[in-house]
Design a protein around this ligand. Structure first.
Ligand code: FPP
Length: 241
């Protein structure tokens, strides 16, 4: 019996967020450049999307590039961006066929033009798909997102479009990048690091956190199933008794 057979179909997380970590270390272990790790990470993304689609997970968010990642050496940033463009280009036909809708969160305007173009095309082509929403977080950080939300709220207040008295949790949420998507039930981080690294901090208020030592390029369907099984064993109380 494999891990998949033990999964309870009635308790499938509606949204799973993934911090893909460990590409650099994976490459280093093989005496290769960091980008070799990122290249091999694409297969892990593919498997995760496939597994999520098969299980009926509705939303999947990948942390692909953080606001802080802009501080990496230019050569790594440039190669990562080209890799993203290539991956989006290569994967779009299959996403389309498998019913996956692609979307992006983050400061998309700050990405290279070619990347924005490919991304927008893929988003447009897959817009009518409903089986699984895949969100790629690019030039994203939670603190950026929250500051951005506050700025937009302030603008609306300034133009008398919003009464400060009306601002509550549900109004605030509407100004976040994830507006319309349920908060993650489960957050997975690979590579053994026990950090959140500025990812979906508002949205994971009540998410279950799952950390695995597996490095991202080694992450396969069975690891995804293990994470879901672990999630299904937990008792979620949302602050109640
Ligand atoms: C973290 O590893 C990984 C990244 C910053 C990039 C992840 C990007 C991909 C796997 C490319 C494909 C993505 C999509 C959505 C098509 P790290 O470099 O921080 O590793 P380290 O902690 O071992 O140094």
């Amino acid at each position: 019996m494999d891990f998949k057979d033990n999964i309870n179909q009635d308790k499938i997380p509606r949204h799973i967020a993934v911090i893909m970590d460990g590409n650099g270390r994976w490459a280093k272990q093989r005496g290769q450049q960091r980008i070799f790790g990122h290249e091999n990470g694409v297969q892990a993304v593919r498997e995760t999307v496939e597994a999520a689609g098969e299980l009926g997970v509705k939303n999947l968010t990948f942390y692909a590039f953080s606001t802080e990642n802009w501080c990496r050496p230019k050569s790594e940033v440039d190669t990562l961006m080209s890799l993203l463009v290539k991956a989006i280009k290569n994967e779009t036909p299959e996403l389309l066929e498998k019913g996956v809708r692609l979307n992006a969160i983050g400061d998309i305007e700050s990405l290279p033009k070619e990347c924005i173009k490919e991304l927008n095309e893929a988003i447009h082509i897959t817009r009518n798909n409903t089986r699984l929403n895949v969100y790629v977080a690019l030039s994203y950080s939670s603190q950026w997102e929250i500051v951005n939300a506050v700025k937009n709220i302030a603008q609306q207040v300034k133009h008398n479009e919003l009464d400060p008295e009306e601002i509550d949790k549900s109004v605030f949420q509407k100004f976040l990048q994830t507006n319309g998507t349920p908060d993650p039930d489960l957050l997975i981080r690979t590579s053994g690091e026990l950090r959140l690294s500025n990812f979906l901090l508002w949205q994971i208020a009540y998410s279950e956190l799952y950390f695995t030592p597996v490095l991202w390029p080694d992450f396969r369907k069975k690891h995804f199933y293990q994470a879901i099984l672990d999630y299904q064993r937990r008792e979620r109380r949302f602050g109640k008794t």
